[in-house]
Design a protein around this ligand. Structure first.
Ligand code: GLC
Length: 563
């Protein structure tokens, strides 16, 4: 594989609203992030992806952008941004922005002008479509519930609708229009020229539309079909758009790009993330995909550690087969905390945080850590629907109530699957509001902040934070870094509940085995003949390698051994 500047790096996602508030308004901001750059450097990460920081009405927490070339006042201004980029650079950290180009906000000038004049240039930036037989153009259901169609504001009753695959406040942009595409390329270049080194590309599969707007077979009793199923159908038509985007923007500055792309197939993965792919890499969202194959929270399955491993390992094998680069994650701002979602109940704690961290950090590709993951943040105990902010959780709460769930059951279900789990404030210390803000936090603080926080872990041997520091150091070490980045991946089947794999390199005769035990019972596993020169590179939760070449892993034990 041809080497790229971002190979071998470790990335970190910041959710700016919840990271650090410098001015006491209860919302995180850019100056807050600047104040924590030393922290990020100490952790050892190289690339920081910022979820959207643009002006927005925040209906979908900034993924509804009202101005692509500015900073939301609540986060700061362009000077703060420039300072952030420069200060990060001093610490060898590159900034990656969130590129949300499937849709903008209904507050964006483009949409306002478009609605005001259906013959304007801006009207062509959107999908304004006539209804069919007195009904909306097709039966697609939006990601957040309800039809993807809404009457164009100011033209109600005129049988003309706009498409929104996400919230009503997020009108879809018409990528079929070259003028719109040019606008998008300009805004990407605006940020490249300001020093950003890359982009996380949001919801990008949704940009292709079948202009005949056909119905799809209903997947629920509402007669509708999830819009994601249309994306899957149109996957092979997206190439020209993404090639043009790459060539007119990212390529100029040798950017690192990571796509939010669900529904990858053997065929598409090399096109998307192969050596000459549209993007540098794609997130491994296979677990989410398995869960979200069901339209509603009430149907979401629970993944066991084995299901989790199966998804992750299938992805590893798929990317390896076509020489593509993947970005493994265990959580992000759209998912509950990985330790609470994929670990059994008895490991939904600091022990399990280290177990799952060990599995994540040695996979092939570029691992992403989500803020708070490095201190083992678990799901938040939401007590009522009023404690949620997320538009998605609120719509699912309604769905649960409509399906006969009690309030307590519906809240529990939202608390299990809700995105707000990852969005509660970062826990810095044990002072009020976990040191996140001196004001009133915009979203409730995690229940365990008195004991679960950065201050209690930073510099403390054995803490989850220190363990992440060691994992990152090992992952990037001169000796083993290349094998973790490029080496062969093979799954290792040991026993149910045991997640294990090897990384190897034929040329350098190296082999590393990674084993994590999620069972309550102790695991004894012999490394066999290979154990003669075995060396433990890192271990957690009292896992050991015995003189006879057997590894002994108690509940949650995890070990990485070079053979
Ligand atoms: C992506 C984002 C998510 C957002 C959606 C619509 O999936 O990660 O947070 O709600 O796109 O922009």
């Amino acid at each position: 594989m041809e080497q790229k500047w971002w190979h071998g790096k470790v990335a970190y996602q910041i959710y700016p609203k919840s990271f650090c508030d410098s001015n006491g308004d209860g919302v995180g901001d850019l100056r807050g992030i600047i104040s924590k750059l030393d922290y990020l450097q100490a952790l050892g990460v190289d690339i920081v992806w910022l979820s959207p920081i643009y002006p927005s009405p925040f209906i979908d927490q900034g993924y509804d952008i009202a101005d692509y070339v500015n900073i939301a006042p609540v986060f700061g201004n362009l000077d703060d941004f420039d300072e952030l980029v420069a200060e990060a650079k001093k610490r060898n950290i590159d900034i990656v922005m969130d590129l949300v180009a499937n849709h903008c906000s209904s507050e964006h000038e483009w949409f306002k002008k478009a609605c005001a004049d259906l013959n304007s240039e801006e009207a062509g930036y959107f999908y304004f479509v006539k209804g069919k037989d007195g009904k909306v153009p097709n039966n697609l259901r939006s990601y957040f519930g309800g039809s993807v169609w809404e009457p164009v504001p100011g033209h109600e009753g005129e049988d003309i609708y706009y498409s929104h695959y996400f919230a009503k406040a997020q009108p879809d942009l018409n990528w079929n229009n070259p003028k719109l595409r040019e606008q998008v390329f300009n805004l990407v270049n605006f940020w490249i020229d300001r020093g950003v080194k890359g982009f996380r590309v949001d919801a990008i599969l949704s940009i292709v539309k079948d202009l005949s707007f056909p119905d799809l077979p209903a997947d629920d009793t509402d007669g509708m079909c999830h819009a994601a199923k249309m994306n899957a159908k149109l996957l092979d038509r997206i190439g020209p758009y993404l090639t043009e985007l790459r060539d007119k923007t990212f390529k100029r500055a040798n950017c690192f790009t990571v796509g939010e792309v669900l529904t990858v197939t053997t065929d598409s993965v090399s096109k998307f993330a192969g050596p000459d792919g549209y993007f540098s890499t794609l997130f491994d969202l296979s677990c989410r995909e398995k869960i979200e194959a069901f339209p509603h929270y009430r149907e979401y399955p629970t993944l066991s550690p084995d299901d989790f491993a199966e998804c992750v390992f299938n992805t590893q094998e798929l990317y390896q087969k076509v020489d593509a680069f993947v970005a493994p994650i265990i959580e992000n701002h759209d998912e509950p905390r990985g330790v609470s979602y994929y670990m059994p109940e008895y490991l939904q704690n600091q022990v399990g945080a280290k177990t799952i961290a060990t599995v994540l950090m040695f996979l092939r590709g570029i691992p992403f850590i989500y803020q708070g993951q490095e201190i083992g943040m678990t799901n938040t105990k939401f007590a009522s629907i009023d404690e949620f902010d997320d538009i998605f959780a609120k719509s699912e709460y309604q769905d649960l109530i409509e399906h006969g769930y009690s309030d307590a059951e519906a809240v529990a279900c939202c608390a299990r699957h809700g995105r707000d789990n990852a969005r509660t404030p970062m826990l810095w210390d044990d002072s009020d509001n976990a040191g996140f803000t001196t004001g009133k936090p915009w979203l409730r603080v995690h229940q365990d902040y008195k004991t679960l926080n950065v201050k209690s872990q930073f510099g403390v041997p054995g803490s989850t934070f220190s363990y992440y520091q060691q994992l990152i150091k090992l992952r990037k070490s001169e000796e083993y870094g290349p094998i973790f980045t490029y080496g062969r991946f093979d799954r290792l089947n040991i026993a149910k509940g045991v997640i294990a794999y090897t990384r190897s390199c034929d040329k350098c005769h190296q082999k590393i085995v990674i084993i994590a035990n999620t069972n309550q019972e102790e695991l004894r596993y012999s490394l066999g003949d290979q154990a003669a020169n075995a060396k433990v590179l890192i271990s957690a939760n009292s896992a050991v390698l015995c003189a006879d070449g057997t590894v002994v892993l108690g509940c949650g034990g995890a070990i990485v051994v070079a053979l």
